[in-house]
Design a binder for this molecule. Structure first.
Ligand SMILES: Cc1cc2nc3c(=O)[nH]c(=O)nc-3n(C[C@H](O)[C@H](O)[C@H](O)COP(=O)(O)O)c2cc1C
Length: 161
């Protein structure tokens, strides 16, 4: 099974989940990085505002080619009940995704809000079918049962014809 695990992580939680997926499923980790990162102050002010508005921030990756993948995994931190502007930009940068399946996840403090429905909608507009959606709050990030449920969903999506 070929997979790209595309994620943004500001403080490490989403990265830790993405790495667990890579350890269990293999695949290519795509760490989406901003060309200019937020400070701890601007993340909560400007970053949250931009997340709420659904805008894209400039990222280092010009294009993320998933044409060779069987399944795409996309992970985002929740900012102001939305995906981060970096993940919005990553979705816009994905190439070769038409007709593919995706499993999406969000990590959050306690309230994921509209993060996954909106991410799912953006992917649908690019011809991607989301077959699994997972939210990891503070406890969930270290809960092997919840992580394993997502890993099973990714393996199922990657092996289905
Ligand atoms: C700017 C900002 C906004 C956030 N907004 C929310 C929110 O709306 N709801 C929530 O439950 N957690 C919120 N959080 C907490 C993060 O979603 C949570 O800590 C997440 O796991 C961080 O992922 P990361 O470590 O990969 O960056 C916010 C954190 C930041 C930095």
């Amino acid at each position: 099974m070929k997979t790209s695990i595309i994620y943004h992580s500001y403080s490490g939680n989403t990265r830790s989940v993405a790495e667990k997926v890579r350890d269990a499923c293999g695949g290519n980790l795509v760490d989406v990085k901003l060309t200019s990162d937020y400070s701890s102050l601007t993340a909560y002010t400007l970053g949250s505002y931009r997340a709420m508005k659904g805008v894209c921030d400039p990222i280092e990756q010009k294009a993320i080619d998933v044409a060779a993948d069987d399944v795409i995994v996309i992970g985002t931190p929740v900012w102001a009940a939305r995906a981060t502007p970096a993940v919005n930009a990553a979705v816009a940068a994905i190439r070769g995704c038409e007709g593919k399946k995706a499993v999406i996840f969000a990590t959050c403090g306690s309230r994921e809000g509209d993060t996954l429905p909106m991410l799912k909608k953006a992917l649908l507009e690019k011809g991607v079918t989301v077959t699994g959606e997972f939210v990891f709050d503070k406890k969930g990030i270290t809960d092997p049962v919840r992580i394993n449920a997502m890993i099973s969903a990714i393996k199922t999506a990657g092996s289905a014809r």
